[in-house]
Structure formats: structure tokens, C-alpha cells
Design a protein. Structure first.
Length: 435
């Protein structure tokens, strides 16, 4: 460790709270596309993308230019006091892009957690009900409501209770570890039908405002549901007047090869939340819902000082332009095909890999000590991410058991960068398997 890095580490330990932790002792100096350089000029291939934030790549020239231009004009007025054009234009973009034919309206906040909070507020206001159903393996943020809806206790919830009342949890469609002990497709989608039983045994439809689900459970392990799952859930919700909230914070803006993941199942959510890659690293989130639902809240009932920040809105508009002009959705699909094919090839070589799953450029490997018992391998997972980082590949883990490697690289990742990253990952598996 260099003297400068040592000095920064000492300052960090002295002035930053222990809970405000970082995954790696790496101080970034520059990032471009799918590459990151630290203060010692070591180059890394970024397969994490700032946790699925940099879909268009780091420091894209169009995004940088838009932010610079806006900063030279004005940086803040508070949209709720003095509005401006970019927020209205961005709302139009989102409302015409979120899946489904129903007319939609939007509101803006700063983070994914704030979007979730506001989606819940709006759902409760519209339905005049209080109950919210979330899923095992789900992650919805670190605010009080976000933590209450989030499944994993440690590190996200440990010691921070009590949590918000009237929140409930049901099993997710985790086919590799089916919570009902069944196998697809002979399972009859029991995981979706279970919602009907839950509405009798745990809460009542008459008091349930909404269910909130990630199209693909992110922090829980990148579980991809079978194609019938969300259509069945949505049908049950419609039957009982329960709103369906799609948490597209991680899966949105091209992460799965479509602009929003719900497009894969032809499901129109009543409310959709998005953030992360929406503004390419600028703090911006949005709640987009059916117009009737969104308009039910009285003026001033939703909003905030920094929501729809003009720099962030300009960045988001530039993101939409880049996705269209550079054909990033198709590039993402191509990237996803190559990525999943490479991961499936690794699975043939290494028994440590129990499952390969994903849609488009959102993919994961679940690592197990034994493919028959499916015993999770969290220690080996950590060893692999450590090995990769030391050799210039940024890769993150996730999952209830901490045994899933997830891939969130920018959609602009080149074939050469992908091949080099997979080569490093392969070497990691060889090294760990030989121990």
C-alpha cells in the first residue's frame, strides 16, 4: 500500500463511521466505459457497474456534457417551488416507456429507497388500505419502510428495529431452491398460487394495499422466476383490488436487455419504481404509475427538496438518448448471450457452480459445496471475488447465503473486456478448486 493510500485509509478510519463500509480498499481516480483506475493507476474491469448503476458506462461523454451544460445554467431551484423543462420532458419519457397501455404519470425523488417509500405511500392513499406484501430474498432499501420490506436481516436490518407495521412476506419463485419442494414445470407455479392462501392465513385482501416485487430478485441472489409467475401474481392482485408494484430499481434501464424487465412477461404494473442506471450515477429515482393512482394524492402530498434535481434530470434524458442512439438494448442482449454462454461453459468445468441463471446481461452463478445437496459455498464465493479483485476484475457477491456471484457490467463492455474478465474468473475457480 502506497503512502498516500495509507494516509487516506487512516483518515477514513478516523472520520467515517464503521457502518459506512466499502467492499474494497480501492480509491478510484478515474473511470471510463467499463474500466476503472485507482489512485495508483491500476486498471480494473468493472463487472459491478456501481451496483447496476452504470449501464451506459462510466463517464459517457454525452452524460458529462449534459451535466456540465446544466451546471452552467443553474443547479437547483426545487421543482416544487420553481419548475423547469427537463423534469417534464423526463416524465414524458418515462411514462411512455414503462410497460403497459394505461396512461401514466410520474414523480421524482433521489434514491431507490425513496422511490419505494413513495410508491407505498401512493398505494396506501389510493386503496385506503394499509398492508404491503413483499418477498423473501427481496431488497427495497435502507429506510424504515425499505428495511421493513427487505428480507435479509444482516447486515441490512440487524439492530435497527422495530420495523414498520403492516408489512408481510411470502416466498419468491426461487426455482433452484424451491420453497415448496417442487420442480418446474410440474410445480403448477405453486409459488404464485400461494398468494391466495396467504391472503387467507396471514392478511386479508380488504386490508392489503399492494404487493411489491423485484422482477428478478437482486440482493437475494438474482433469482429468475418462471414465465408464468408474474402474470399469475398480477391476476390474483387484480381479482382482489391489490396494486402491483414493480421494483425496477436494479432491473430497469436496459439491465435485462429490455428497457424494463416486466416487458419479458408482458405484465403492466400499477406502479413502477426506477433509479440506479436512470441517471448514470446522478442521484435520481422515479415512481411511475397509472395516472388515476398517481393523481389520487393531494398536491404537496409527495415530493421533496432535491427530487428532480436539474443536473440529474438532464443526465437521465441523456441516458435515454444514449440507449437509443447507440442501440444499447440490442448490445445488451448480445452481451448477455455471450456472458451466459461463457458462464455455462465454466459450469461444465467446475463443480463449485451449482446454477447459472439470468436474463440478458443480468446474470449470476450460485456456488455450492456439493451439487446434489446444494450446500451454499459462501467462503469459496468470497475467495473468488478476492482473487478477481487482486487481478483487476471487480465482481460482487449477493444472495441470502452470500454464495452468488452477480454480473452487472456496463452494456458497453467490449468482447475483449468480457473475455479477459471471464479468463480471470476461470483462473479464480481453478485456484479455489485446487485448494
Amino acid at each position: 500500500m502506497t503512502d498516500k493510500k495509507k494516509a487516506l485509509t487512516q483518515l477514513r478510519e478516523k472520520y467515517l463511521a464503521n457502518g459506512f463500509a466499502s467492499a474494497r480498499p480501492c480509491y478510484v481516480k478515474k473511470a471510463k466505459g467499463s474500466l476503472v483506475w485507482d489512485m495508483d493507476d491500476k486498471e480494473y474491469i468493472d463487472f459491478a457497474g456501481g451496483i447496476a448503476v452504470m449501464n451506459v458506462g462510466h463517464s459517457h461523454p454525452s452524460i458529462v456534457a449534459a451535466v456540465k451544460d446544466q451546471a452552467e445554467n443553474f443547479m437547483h431551484t426545487c421543482f416544487m417551488v420553481l419548475p423547469y423543462e427537463s423534469t417534464i420532458t423526463l416524465a414524458e419519457k418515462l411514462c411512455t416507456s414503462v410497460p403497459g397501455p394505461a396512461p401514466k404519470k410520474a414523480m421524482f425523488a433521489n434514491s431507490g429507497a425513496e422511490a419505494v417509500e413513495n410508491a407505498v405511500k401512493i398505494a396506501r392513499y389510493y386503496t385506503k388500505r394499509t398492508g404491503i406484501i413483499a418477498f423473501e430474498g427481496g431488497f427495497h432499501g435502507r429506510t424504515l419502510m425499505g428495511m421493513s420490506l427487505t428480507s435479509k436481516a444482516k447486515p441490512y436490518k440487524l439492530g435497527f428495529g422495530p420495523f414498520a407495521p403492516e408489512t408481510y412476506r411470502i416466498p419468491y419463485a426461487y426455482c433452484y431452491r424451491c420453497p415448496f419442494g417442487r420442480e418446474y414445470p410440474s410445480c403448477d407455479i405453486k409459488c404464485a398460487d400461494h398468494l391466495e392462501e396467504f391472503l387467507i392465513s396471514h392478511t386479508a385482501p380488504e386490508t392489503t394495499a399492494a404487493i411489491i416485487a423485484e422482477p428478478i430478485a437482486g440482493e437475494g441472489g438474482y433469482m429468475v422466476p418462471p414465465p408464468e409467475y408474474f402474470p399469475e401474481l398480477k391476476a390474483i392482485c387484480e381479482k382482489h383490488g391489490i396494486l402491483f408494484i414493480a421494483d425496477e430499481i436494479q432491473t430497469g434501464m436496459g439491465r435485462t436487455g429490455t428497457l424494463f424487465a416486466m416487458e419479458h412477461w408482458g405484465v403492466e404494473a400499477d406502479i413502477t419504481t426506477t433509479a440506479k442506471s436512470l441517471a448514470a450515477g446522478m442521484p435520481l429515482s422515479a415512481v411511475v404509475g397509472k395516472a388515476e393512482i398517481m393523481d389520487s394524492v393531494h398536491p404537496g402530498g409527495i415530493g421533496g427538496t432535491y427530487g428532480a434535481n436539474p443536473l440529474a434530470c438532464r443526465a437521465a434524458l441523456a441516458v435515454f438518448d444514449v440507449i437509443e442512439q447507440e442501440n444499447l438494448l440490442q448490445k445488451g442482449k448480445n452481451l448477455g448471450d455471450k456472458l451466459i454462454s461463457a458462464l455455462q461453459a465454466l459450469q461444465k468445468d467446475f463443480k463449485l457452480i451449482g446454477d447459472v441463471r439470468g436474463i440478458g446481461p443480468l446474470a449470476a452463478l450460485e456456488l455450492v459445496k456439493d451439487q446434489k445437496t446444494k450446500q451454499p459455498a459462501p467462503e469459496e464465493t468470497k475467495a473468488i471475488t478476492d482473487y478477481c479483485f487482486d487481478r483487476g476484475l471487480i465482481l460482487l457477491s449477493c444472495g441470502t447465503y452470500g454464495n452468488v456471484l452477480r454480473f452487472m457490467m456496463p452494456l458497453v463492455t467490449t468482447d475483449q473486456q468480457l473475455e479477459k474478465g471471464i479468463s480471470i474468473l476461470s483462473d479464480a475457480f481453478k485456484a479455489i478448486s485446487e485448494k
